[in-house]
Design a protein around this ligand. Structure first.
Ligand code: NIG
Ligand code: FE
Length: 389
C-alpha cells in the first residue's frame, strides 16, 4: 500500500460536518492523506500522520471532485444551428432530440466511444471525477443497447433512457413504443445499466407511460430517476417521489405540492442550470427547495441540445447568481448532492473511506468558483488517488 499526503491546503471542503465547519466540513490550513485509492485521513495540517510521498497544495483550496449525476453523452453530431436559431428567438422543443437520434444512429461504435471519451475527459479536467451518463439517442433495441454497452466500458453510472422521446417511426403508435421500452429493449439494456429514466413531459411521455416504464425498469433491478417538470408544470416530480426515484431532474416548474412531496420523500431534486442558460428559460428556484428542506443536487445535463456544457464550475456560478444558492450550498450540491442523487457514499466527500477524488483550485477558497465565473480555476484533479494529467 502506498500513502500520499497533500499538505499546504489553504481551505479543505470535506463535506463531513464532523471534521470542520458547517455542512461543508470546512478545514482551514488542512492536510489530506490517502492510501492507494481511498482517503485515510483529513484534518488540520499540524495533526497529519506521515505518508510515503508528499505534495504541497501551496495554500490553494481543495474540494471533493464534482459528482455530475446527469448527462447525455452517448451521441453524435451537434445542434449548433438549433442553438443559433434559439438565440434569435426560436423556442426550445423536445423535438430537436430527433436530430441527434438521426446522427447517433448513423455513427459507428468507434465514433460513439471516442465522443464519449472526449467528453468524459473534458469534464474530468474541469474537476468532475464521477459522471453519470445515459442512452436516449438511439431509440431502437439495438441502438440503445449498444450505447449502454459503450457507456458501461467508460463510466461507472449508466442510465437506460429508452424513454427519451417517441421516435418518428412510432409516431402513430406510442403505446407500441412503450411496449418496446418496457419489453425487449429493457431486456437488452438492463445488463449494462444501474438506473432507468423517463422524460415525463408534454411531447414526450405522460404520467401513465412514465410510471409503466419506471416500474418495469425497477422490476428488472434498475433504480428509477426521472426527467420532470422541465418545460412545464406536470406530474413528473410527484411520480418520481411515488416510485422512490433517486432523483427528479430539472424541477424548473414546481407547485407547492411538488415541493412538499420532495420535502417529505427521499428523492433528490437535481437542478440543471446549463439547460435554462442554453434554452434562455427561467431558472429553477433552488432557494425555495432548500428552504423547504429538499436535498438539492447540481448537474450539467451535458447534451448537444439543451445544455452543451460539461462544466460543473459554470453550473455552480449560475446557481449562485441566478438560483438563490450561497456559494457553499452550490458547492455542496455539486459534490455531496450529486453523490446523494446517485446513492453513493464513497464519492462527494473527502473523509476516511471515500475515494481520493478531488479538485485543487487556483484560488484560496471554494467561494471563488462563483466569485470568479468563467475562469478556469481547476488547476489539478486527482482521481482514485492518482493525479490526472
Ligand atoms: O435533459 N429533457 C430531455 N432531455 C434532454 C435534452 C436533450 C436534447 O435536447 O437533446 C434534457 O434537457
Ligand atoms: Fe437530461
Amino acid at each position: 500500500m502506498s500513502s500520499t499526503v497533500i499538505h499546504g491546503i489553504g481551505s479543505l471542503v470535506t463535506n463531513d460536518p464532523t471534521l470542520g465547519e458547517g455542512p461543508l466540513g470546512l478545514v482551514p490550513d488542512a492536510a489530506l492523506v490517502f492510501e492507494d485509492e481511498r482517503v485515510a485521513w483529513a484534518g488540520p495540517a499540524g495533526a497529519a500522520p506521515p505518508a510515503d510521498t508528499a505534495w504541497d497544495a501551496g495554500g490553494r483550496a481543495v474540494l471533493p471532485g464534482f459528482v455530475d449525476s446527469h448527462s447525455h453523452l452517448l451521441f453524435a453530431g451537434d445542434r449548433t444551428e438549433e442553438f443559433n436559431a434559439r438565440m434569435s428567438g426560436r423556442p426550445y422543443s423536445a423535438g430537436g432530440i430527433r436530430t441527434t437520434v438521426a446522427a447517433t444512429r448513423a455513427a459507428s461504435d468507434v465514433e460513439l466511444r471516442e465522443n464519449l471519451r472526449r467528453h468524459l475527459r473534458e469534464a474530468l479536467r474541469q474537476g468532475s471525477t464521477t459522471m453519470e451518463t445515459k442512452s436516449g439517442y438511439g431509440l431502437t433495441t439495438e441502438q440503445e443497447s449498444r450505447a449502454l454497452r459503450v457507456a458501461a466500458e467508460l463510466t461507472e453510472e449508466v442510465t437506460y433512457l429508452g424513454a427519451h422521446v417517441v421516435p418518428a417511426e412510432y409516431a402513430e403508435d406510442p403505446a407500441g413504443y412503450v411496449a418496446l421500452v418496457t419489453g425487449p429493449m429493457l431486456d437488452a439494456c438492463a445488463p449494462y445499466a444501474r438506473w432507468v429514466d423517463a422524460f415525463c413531459e408534454r411531447g414526450a411521455f405522460d404520467e401513465d407511460q412514465a410510471r409503466a416504464i419506471l416500474r418495469a425498469g425497477r422490476e428488472r433491478g434498475l433504480t428509477p430517476r426521472i426527467h420532470a417538470n422541465q418545460l412545464s408544470y406536470g406530474p413528473g416530480v410527484r411520480l418520481g417521489v411515488e416510485l422512490g426515484a433517486a432523483s427528479a431532474d430539472h424541477c424548473t416548474h414546481l407547485t407547492d405540492a411538488d415541493v412538499d412531496a420532495l420535502a417529505q420523500g427521499d428523492t433528490v431534486a437535481t437542478l440543471l442550470p446549463g439547460c435554462e442558460f442554453s434554452t434562455r428559460a427561467v431558472y429553477p428556484d433552488a432557494r425555495r427547495l432548500l428552504d423547504a428542506g429538499v436535498t438539492v443536487a447540481l448537474s450539467t445535463d451535458c447534451n448537444p441540445g439543451s445544455s452543451f456544457t460539461s462544466s460543473m464550475p459554470f453550473c455552480v456560478a449560475i446557481a449562485v447568481r441566478e438560483m438563490g444558492m450561497t456559494p457553499g450550498e452550490a458547492v455542496w450540491s455539486a459534490t455531496a448532492g450529486g453523490a446523494r442523487a446517485l446513492r453513493r457514499a464513497d464519492v462527494g466527500r473527502l473523509s476516511a473511506g471515500a475515494y481520493a477524488d478531488l479538485a485543487v483550485l487556483d484560488a484560496p477558497s471554494h467561494v471563488h468558483l462563483a466569485y470568479r465565473p468563467g475562469v478556469p480555476l481547476v488547476r489539478e484533479v486527482w482521481r482514485r488517488g492518482s493525479r490526472v494529467d
